[in-house]
Design a binder for this molecule. Structure first.
Ligand SMILES: [Zn+2]
Length: 421
């Protein structure tokens, strides 16, 4: 990853590898011991890092270990979705502190002032509830599904949720927030620097900052829900494209004469591989009287709207053949989509995240998808492909939102140094 300067490089390295001794920092960064001593002294004086004990050593003096001071500053993450708005205060080391949710769906709000006003009051409530001093807040990161222009700080067209295939496809009125200068408005009204991005783009960054794959150079994060979105890390940096439409793997064609999709295309991947598609199929089997074959799912007969993806997965995991087929169908389509993705990008690491599938079930799904991708992707690279479950769970988007502010801060810490000392 390109580092703007040595101070930033040291801070990034302590974040990634800490607790770490000065001598190891020098080795990893190719800097002299004298330079490391000087740079870490500046970071210690600014209270951004701290000494946290000694490394074990066979002989001689045991070196002092340095770690990030996670509570030197804080950021605010906002996760906007069709389920509502979640906000959180997040520490520099990715701990979610104060958490605040409201179920109001801002995407159905027509008044621009209401949209901005709700976001601003959510931020203010978080600041009040957390008791964090305003001077220690670095900014606000806001994420949402669909086309979001990070460059312009605007949401171009938040995606409506996938329309169920078995119901008639309702085309919603064209959804356009591109006239609202969201980042600018929020910044003007809260006094905090504000950044916006697509939720899967941001979650991909969160995986390389706080997930199992810290420091990964190339990674694709794929969010499996009612829609299927992806975020890409290429050469250590998030790839953001030109117009806020990036890695829309859910809207790649897997059936050229398939059913119409809400995006305007036909036969899109998410029509077959999303959780909405899985639930539609399960409901169809139940209503067609095949509920007995679905084992435990039969109990949902009078309660179809409440049926959960987790229930279908659990039933399949316990060996029910009809539910197993539903999961295998999702695996087949998702696998095909990921074969296209890894063949095109040449990236070996894919992280699957989901708000609807629990970790053990997601792990099971990943094993199946990995096997399929390894069998079908371009042979020379296929055996290196790993499709891993995200361990960030429901926090992936909120942590991603936090990285929108953390990234520029770690790239140029000297801009706010002194404030936390
Ligand atoms: Zn589509």
């Amino acid at each position: 990853m390109e580092r703007p300067n040595s101070l930033s490089a040291v801070l990034h390295e302590i974040r990634l590898a800490g607790p770490i001794a000065r001598i190891d920092l020098a080795r990893r960064l190719g800097l002299s011991s004298a330079a490391i001593t000087k740079l870490t002294a500046r970071l210690l004086a600014a209270n951004l890092i701290q000494e946290v004990g000694h490394a074990p050593s066979a002989a001689g003096r045991r070196p002092i270990l340095l770690a990030l001071n996670g509570e030197a500053f804080f950021v605010i993450g906002l996760d906007l979705s069709w389920q509502g708005l979640r906000g959180a205060i997040v520490s520099l080391d990715g701990r979610v502190l104060t958490d605040r949710k409201e179920t109001r769906n801002l995407f159905e709000e027509e008044d621009d002032r209401e949209i901005v006003g709700t976001l601003v009051s959510h931020v203010e409530a978080l600041v009040r509830e957390s008791g964090v001093d305003r001077g220690r807040l670095l900014g606000v990161g806001l994420v949402a599904p669909g086309a979001v222009s990070w460059h312009q700080g605007r949401m171009v067209a938040p995606t409506p949720p996938t329309m169920s295939l078995t119901r008639s496809i309702r085309r919603r009125p064209p959804f356009d927030w591109s006239h609202i200068p969201l980042a600018e408005e929020l910044q003007a009204r809260t006094g905090l620097p504000t950044f916006v991005d697509n939720n899967a783009n941001a979650a991909a960054v969160a995986e390389t900052w706080f997930g199992q794959h810290r420091g990964a150079k190339n990674l694709a994060y794929v969010a499996v829900g009612g829609g299927i979105g992806a975020g890409l890390i290429i050469n250590g940096e998030p790839y953001r494209g030109d117009r806020g439409v990036v890695a829309e793997i859910g809207h790649t064609t897997v059936q050229v004469d398939g059913p119409p999709c809400r995006c305007g295309n036909v036969g899109c991947l998410e029509l077959f591989a999303s959780t909405v598609a899985l639930l539609d199929e399960a409901r169809r089997l139940i209503t067609e009287g095949k509920a007995e074959a679905l084992g435990d799912l039969a109990a949902w007969k009078g309660n179809l709207d409440q049926l959960t993806v987790e229930a279908v997965y659990r039933c399949a995991y316990q060996g029910n053949p009809a539910c197993g087929e539903l999961v295998e169908r999702q695996v087949a389509y998702l696998g095909a989509g990921l074969v296209n993705l890894v063949n095109m990008l040449g990236c070996s690491l894919v992280v699957l995240g989901s708000r609807e599938i629990s970790f053990p079930m997601l792990e099971w799904l990943c094993e199946k998808v990995t096997a399929l991708v390894r069998e079908r992707a371009y042979a020379a690279a296929a055996r290196y492909v790993e499709v891993c479950p995200s361990r960030l769970g429901a926090d992936a988007f909120i942590l991603g939102a936090a990285t929108l502010v953390l990234h520029p801060f770690f790239d140029a810490p000297e801009r706010v140094m002194g404030r936390a000392a």
